[in-house]
Design a protein around this ligand. Structure first.
Ligand SMILES: Cc1ncc(COP(=O)(O)O)c(C=O)c1O
Length: 320
């Protein structure tokens, strides 16, 4: 296997027990894998994906990284940091109104020197991203398009190898639970589960997509990523476990469930979640615990995917 990769993530990330949270919930044994500690500008799941994406950009002779997302995108913050670290220019196409004062992720994007293009309506983001890319090509900027959330087959490899890392840590878990949105983390874990022989279950809690879309998208992404590891494995939607029971409020809308999850992790374990992704994923896991979905003698591992800078975004800070 000769897959281009830049090794800059702080790996392996620790796995910790959450005994006080488990007791407070009357639930199963709870573990947490700290991918909020992967390094690269406050860490998060994109670090693992960017190890492969930035290496691919380099191989292709790119000079500019272009990506897109929401105004408070964690993915864009980490892409901008990777660009700064490895000497690329960076252009970010962000949906939302540019505020008078940039806070949190958006402020960090600017610190890393990214050029920011805003598009008021998310509906037109794809189009603006494509135009931005085409213009960069025409201007000789040699752009590499980092897909939304870093979720291409190349990016998904980060989480296939994360599963290998987890298996080598010899930490038993019957369930791996995490937030899923653009599907790269999910696809990588599903692929890694097959390749490295993880016997437990991998359950993605949807942040904003339907279960049907996730199952079909993640299985395709996992199949395509498998080719990069040497041999194509054909995954079907039935190979993907996902629930969309916790995303009804819409992307980035804080409800009592996310608020409670953020507070419980903080109060019982001194751990910080983010309002948009890990807060929602944890809220889903907490509800499943309360419903008795997991057996008492099982171990559930919550895979923390980062995102905490968003806690300090003007948009969320006073709502937590
Ligand atoms: C903190 C955090 N967790 C989870 C996700 C979802 O990961 P994925 O896009 O790979 O589904 C994201 C995506 O941006 C994120 O920022």
């Amino acid at each position: 296997m000769n897959i281009p990769r830049l090794n800059f993530a702080h790996l392996p990330t620790p796995i910790e027990e959450m005994p006080r949270l488990s007791e407070a919930l009357g639930g199963p044994r709870l573990l947490i894998k700290r991918d909020d500690q992967t390094g690269l500008a406050f860490g998060g799941n994109k670090t693992r994906k960017l190890e492969f994406l930035v290496a691919e950009a380099r191989e292709q002779g790119a000079k500019t990284l272009i990506s897109g997302g929401a105004l408070q995108s964690n993915h864009c913050r980490q892409t901008a940091a990777a660009a700064a670290r490895f000497g690329f220019d960076c252009i970010l196409v962000l949906s939302g109104e540019m505020p008078e004062h940039a806070s949190a992720n958006l402020m960090l994007d600017q610190m890393f020197g990214a050029e920011i293009v805003t598009v008021a309506d998310r509906e037109y983001r794809d189009q603006t991203l494509q135009e931005t890319f085409d213009n960069a090509v025409a201007e000789g900027k040699k752009p590499y398009l980092v897909p939304y959330g870093g979720s291409s087959p190349t990016g998904a490899l980060g989480y296939a190898f994360a599963m290998d890392e987890f298996m080598k840590q010899n930490s038993h878990a019957d369930w791996i639970v995490f937030g899923t949105s653009s599907g790269g983390t999910h696809a990588g874990l599903v692929l890694g589960q097959r390749v490295f022989g993880y016997k437990g279950k991998v359950l993605g809690i949807s942040i904003d997509e339907s279960e049907e879309w996730l199952k079909s998208h993640v299985s395709k992404l996992a199949s395509d990523a498998s080719e990069k590891m040497g041999e194509r494995i054909e995954f079907t939607p039935a190979d993907v476990m996902a629930t969309a029971d916790y995303c009804g409020a819409g992307y980035g809308v804080l409800t009592d469930a996310e608020r409670e999850a953020v507070k419980l992790f903080a109060k019982y374990e001194g751990l910080l979640l983010d309002p948009v992704y890990t807060g929602r994923a944890a809220a889903g896991m907490i509800d499943l615990i309360r419903k008795g979905f997991f057996k008492k003698d099982e171990t559930v591992l919550f895979w923390h995917t980062g995102g905490q800078p968003a806690l300090f975004a003007d948009k969320y800070a006073n709502k937590i």
